[in-house]
Design a binder for this molecule. Structure first.
Ligand code: ADP
Ligand code: ASP
Ligand code: MG
Length: 408
């Protein structure tokens, strides 16, 4: 019997009607003689609602207690879904992350999975049960509840699939697969039948939230067959695959905008060796990921260092850097959230020159000013004013003819 891990995101389990629909979907899988492990998210909006409650009490609440709080969202949906399955005569059993024992490190809010104990799950599956697992959470070695970062139910599903050596990990969501751009922003976006792990990793990392970045990384590393599909409509979805020589590669597979980045500029730093280290060292120690970095050419012995971080990390970054700025005798530190990072991604870029020129020309024609640029082998990212993000996406979608790349 094939073993399948099915993950249902927040919108897919966002109401009792949706939970009924998901239960119906799982019954179909069981009827196809598939062994099923289900991973669910909290009902849509619930994690944010819980975070809002904590913020009403304290602006910087304890990270440990936040994890205790927000992990409850998934505990609600595992129980409701199991009840819905039992009402359909399916023997279902729910587990929280700590009950399974999804062991993680101790970084609250961004914990990494170290080990998954599959014993209980296997024995339930052998008894013909459907196992329902709470996404987004684990437990550290001191039994503290941890969470895996926003969108983290995806990695729970992938980790369960890897540990169980599942035949497929199906990520059910509210769109019909991975598109050339977010179909809610670019109506002309088309669904890709396939996309490579590498491209998906870059797209997710650049803000396409259809899959959590770390889940893609994990699936690529452990060879987990991964498919994204809709829980609302039947269809083939998008398969995430390894690159095959024979695959005909579009030049660009997708474009995405990240509106959640913030820019930090340290102005007027004395221009001498060690600036980047002195400024970015404390940032990384505070577990803040830095994305783009620009150090301007200095004049009069002074220079500026600018970098981007996740918007949620802006306050923390500035706080961490206040003493550093003093120590370095820099002029000022400035935060800015009014930016969008626009990225184009495609393995075809490796063998084609001129992609960046097409991108810059298309943006210039719309009078969109580029602030920062960064590139990788298969990605080009630029930051621009936030207000032009949608225009930039649509413009680039057209410039690279992406409406003809996918299936719909
Ligand atoms: P879930 O709650 O199921 O985890 P998410 O909201 O995390 O769902 O992810 C699905 C959303 O990702 C879609 O509703 C869509 O708006 C967005 N999205 C962004 N970029 C893309 C893309 N390239 N292809 C498909 N969806 C995308
Ligand atoms: N509920 C969590 C979140 O909103 C995890 C998830 O949905 O994947 O981020
Ligand atoms: Mg998600």
């Amino acid at each position: 019997m094939p073993l399948i891990v099915e993950k249902y995101g927040g919108t897919s389990v966002g109401s009792i009607e949706r939970i009924q629909a998901v239960a119906h979907n799982i019954v179909q899988s069981v009827k196809r003689d598939e062994k099923i492990v289900v991973v669910v998210s909290a009902m849509s909006g619930e994690t944010n609602r819980l975070l809002g409650l904590a913020k009403e009490l304290e602006t910087r609440p304890s990270e440990r207690e936040i994890d205790v709080l927000i992990s409850t969202g998934e505990q609600v949906t595992i129980a409701l879904l199991s009840i819905a399955l039992q009402a359909r005569n399916i023997d279902a059993k729910s587990y929280t992350g700590s009950q399974i024992r999804i062991l993680t490190n101790q970084i609250h809010g961004q914990a990494r999975i170290l080990e998954v104990d599959c014993e209980k799950v296997r024995s339930d599956l052998d008894r013909g049960r459907v196992v329902v697992v709470a996404g987004f959470q684990g437990v550290d070695r001191d039994n503290n509840i941890t969470t895996l970062g926003r969108g983290g139910s995806d990695i729970t599903a992938v980790a369960m699939a890897a540990a169980l050596k599942a035949d497929e990990c199906r990520i059910y969501t509210d769109v019909e697969g991975v598109y050339t751009a977010d179909p809610r922003v670019v109506p002309e976006a088309t669904r890709l039948d396939r996309i490579t792990f590498e491209e998906m990793l870059e797209l997710s990392g650049a803000g396409a939230k259809v899959l959590q970045t770390r889940s893609v990384e994990f699936a690529g590393k452990y060879n987990v067959p991964l498919r994204v599909l809709s829980s609302f409509q039947p269809g083939p979805g998008t398969l995430i695959t390894y690159e095959e020589q024979s695959m005909e590669q579009p030049l660009i597979s997708g474009i995405t905008a990240n509106l959640d980045e913030a820019k930090v500029t340290v102005r007027g730093v004395p221009d001498k060796p060690g600036i980047a280290y002195n400024i970015l060292g404390p940032i990384s120690k505070a577990h803040v990921n830095v994305d783009m970095i620009v150090q301007n050419i200095g004049s009069n012995g002074l220079t500026d260092l600018t970098f981007t971080v996740a918007g949620a990390d802006l306050d923390k970054s500035i706080e961490v850097l206040q003493p550093v700025v003093k120590e370095l005798e820099a002029e000022a530190i400035v935060g800015d959230t009014d930016l969008a990072k626009i990225s184009i991604v495609g393995v075809g870029m490796r063998s084609h020159a001129g992609i960046a020129t097409t991108m810059f020309e298309a943006l210039a024609n719309k009078l969109i000013n580029i602030q920062m640029i960064s590139t990788s082998e298969i990605k080009i990212s630029v930051t621009i004013d936030k207000e032009y993000a949608e225009l930039a996406l649509r413009t680039l979608h057209k410039a690279f003819n992406l409406e003809h790349v996918g299936s719909e």
